[in-house]
Design a protein around this ligand. Structure first.
Ligand code: ADP
Length: 698
């Protein structure tokens, strides 16, 4: 007997019934639905069975062959899109376990949780078929109906934990979709959580596209919704494939407003709120389906000097010192006038954030600052996500028109002045006439062509930039005659996991992690400036390194949980075991860590003169490693602006009607941006650009 269901058919939802329910309802459900003895040899019906589930990078297909005696004789796993070094490498181990245990109830391979879970789900579904579980057992809607009316709940694994959905359906309608996913990366995954329910209702189908940039969360939501629909007796193959398609013929629309702001990141949202509060009509364009850009990813805080928080906490600081620190950090090539404005207006920025319900009261030291100056949210959450959430709330309350999925394509010029923008949405091409335009499109970290144009040496370097960060504003401004400054100054972050482009926060090293090369040896003071550590890594075998930490560090630093749950960490119960996992000589790694621990005890690092992040050694098992290399983090150069955020042309004159703020501009950070200044930049210059544009309108 051969009951092969091809993976493709399966994904399309043609294999309805219990097998689907098991896949979709997740592992918890698998335990309940598989008969206790299903794993025993001889219990399966001979044949070949295939099922699929969602892994890290895409579908993972598992094909199980059951021999004549009813035992599993072969397991084939295909997961082409899994991260080769992580999920991909785990596949042979998972295969071997299924064969050995004759069951889908196997152990996840550490460091490859997503892929492991997907393999277990798919294998369980394939074995459910092999156990002769009848497809007919699944509930079925009445003839001619889509659903058995009711409310159904299901869950699936997202980025940070389970995503739970509750759907309410009538005979022929999806009435409501509620999604809970508290652990999803704020403002990336959480946008998917907010938006997909509405889209499913609008499309009356669970077959919609995942949100760009939030694929893991989107897929988890869609899996859970499909699972709930299966419980509701739906035939998943009956739903249309409802991609949000670009209209073939787009309509032409003309809009008019006072100020168009291009890009809904931190700078754009700040400018939009300020300009609206100053009484102007604003249109905020955002090419992605969600706001936030790179701002969402900012973790540290906002540098500000002479703030009321510093005063209340007895911290002495000055605007002058802030300027000097920023200039020194930027190798003194920064535009001192811009830096001065940023420092002078930083305390005002903090007060403004207070006033909109986004206080940053936690003040601490950060790299490159003489005094405690970096301001962060009270609860320790990432500053970027916190601000984006607060800004969006304001935008909502003020009723600001944010046009998502709408990309500005060019600036409209009349008599040498900028008088609007052309933009393209999914259904329309817009001509937006305005008195002033503010460009806040962020940097160009995600545009490899542009990176290579200015920095050929960075070809092939991964980036931590958000998907929309393509340098559009720089290109549009240049076409309008704008000058660029420091455009080749690109900041590399030394600890970026290359498969996922996930940034391993500096705090991991700050809390005591070390870097070792493939030979198992340290090679640098891990806490030197980002550019120096990055350069050090590039000199090692293969141009990468491993960041090594222990269980104590993991337990003390919340951020590490995400690394573990994403599957980018490798772990070992002993140092030797860890070494074997990463192909490093165990004796060497053991010696490196023991030597390091002795330096921590002595408070001195004679090898590389590290002086910070030495409060605790690495001695609590299990031990962890993440393979990292430098990644493009911030494009520090960009459009030339003056202290009023006016865009300056190649003749050194302001371009009338055109303003810019944030990562799209150059000059503030010089040759090296210090932590905390990106947020200061967007808040201060987002405000300055709004004030200047408002004044220009009048
Ligand atoms: P900043 O930190 O300077 O505010 P961000 O990276 O946070 O910059 O945000 C920039 C935003 O601009 C992103 O949300 C990005 O998707 C958006 N964006 C980039 N190019 C365009 C464009 N051509 N049209 C509309 N939005 C854009």
């Amino acid at each position: 007997m051969n009951k092969t269901i091809s993976a493709k058919e399966f994904r399309k939802g043609l294999a309805i019934g219990l097998a689907v329910m098991i896949i979709l309802a997740g592992l918890e459900a698998v335990e309940h639905l598989i008969p206790k003895n299903a794993g025993a040899k001889g219990d399966y019906t001979p044949g070949t069975y295939t099922a699929s589930s969602q892994g890290f990078g895409g579908p993972v297909d598992v094909t199980v062959t059951v021999g004549n005696k009813g035992g599993i004789t072969d397991v084939a796993i295909a997961g082409a899109a899994e991260t080769p070094d992580v999920g991909g490498a785990a596949i042979p181990a998972l295969q071997a376990q299924i064969l050995e245990k004759q069951s889908a109830e196997i152990d996840a391979v550490s460091g490859a949780t997503f892929t492991s879970n997907a393999v277990m789900e798919a294998a369980a579904a394939a074995l459910a078929q092999a156990s002769g579980m009848e497809v007919e057992e699944a509930p079925k809607a009445a003839e001619g109906d889509l659903f058995i009316p009711g409310t159904y709940t299901a869950s699936s694994k997202g980025f940070g934990g389970d995503v739970e959905v509750t759907v309410t359906v009538s005979e022929d309608m999806i009435e409501s979709v509620d999604i809970m996913g508290d652990h999803e990366t704020e403002n990336i995954g959480s946008f998917a959580v907010d938006m997909l329910g509405d889209r499913i209702i609008a499309a009356q189908s669970p077959n919609i596209d995942a949100l760009t940039g939030a694929t893991v969360t989107s897929n988890a939501i869609l899996r859970a919704v499909q699972s709930a629909f299966t419980q509701a007796g739906a035939d998943l193959s009956k739903f249309p494939q409802a991609q949000e398609e670009e209209a073939a013929e787009k309509t032409e629309e003309t809009l008019e407003t006072d100020i168009v702001i291009v890009g809904a990141g931190g700078a754009g949202m700040t400018a939009a709120i300020k300009a609206t509060n100053a009484g102007k009509n604003v249109i905020l364009l955002e090419k992605m389906p969600y706001a936030g850009g790179n701002t969402t990813k900012a973790t540290g805080g906002m540098n500000a000097a002479e703030t009321h928080y510093q005063e209340e906490q007895g911290i002495e600081d000055s605007v002058e010192q802030f300027v000097e620190d920023t200039m020194n950090g930027g190798h003194n090539i920064n535009d001192r006038d811009l830096v001065t404005i940023m420092a002078e207006k930083s305390a005002e920025g903090i007060d403004w954030l207070d006033s909109i319900g986004a206080p940053l009261p936690k003040v601490s030291f950060s790299g490159g600052a003489t005094n405690a100056r970096i301001h962060a949210p009270e609860d320790g959450s990432g500053v970027g996500a916190f601000l984006v959430t607060s800004f969006l709330k304001q935008i909502d309350e003020l009723g600001i028109n944010v046009m998502y999925d709408t990309k500005a394509t060019e600036l409209i010029m009349e008599d040498g002045a900028v008088t609007g923008v052309k933009a393209e949405g999914k259904k329309s091409i817009y001509t937006i006439k305005a008195k002033a335009v503010i460009l806040t499109t962020g940097g160009f970290g995600n545009n490899e062509e542009m990176i290579v144009q200015y920095r050929p040496d960075l070809k092939g370097t991964v980036t931590t930039s958000a998907p929309g960060i393509m340098g559009d504003g720089i290109v549009m401004a240049q076409a309008a005659g704008a000058d660029l400054v420091d455009i080749d100054q690109i900041q590399l972050h030394p600890t970026v996991e290359q498969g996922t482009s996930m940034l391993i926060t500096e705090s991991v090293r700050g809390d005591g992690a070390i870097l070792v090369n493939q030979e198992g040896k340290r090679f640098i003071n891990e806490l030197l400036p980002r550019d120096v550590v990055s350069a050090g890594e590039l000199e090692q075998t293969g141009s990468y390194a491993y960041i090594i930490f222990d269980q104590r560090l993991r337990e003390g630093l919340k951020a590490t949980e995400k690394y573990v749950s994403t599957g980018i960490t490798v772990q070992g119960d002993t140092i030797e075991e860890l070494a074997e996992q990463i192909g490093v000589d165990p004796a060497t790694l053991k010696e490196t860590i023991e030597t390091w621990n002795s330096y921590v005890a002595a408070g001195e690092d004679p090898d590389f003169e590290r002086t910070t992040g030495m409060e605790a050694d690495l001695s609590v098992a299990p031990y962890y490693a993440i393979k990292i290399a430098p990644g493009i983090h911030h494009t520090m150069g960009g459009i030339k602006i003056n202290t009023e955020a006016q865009v300056i042309n190649t003749e050194g004159e302001p371009i009338p009607g055109l303003f810019a703020a944030g990562e799209v501009t150059g000059g503030v950070h010089g040759g090296n941006r210090i932590g905390g200044n990106a947020v200061a930049d967007i808040v201060v210059f987002g405000s300055v650009a709004a004030e200047s544009a408002v004044a220009y309108c009048e």
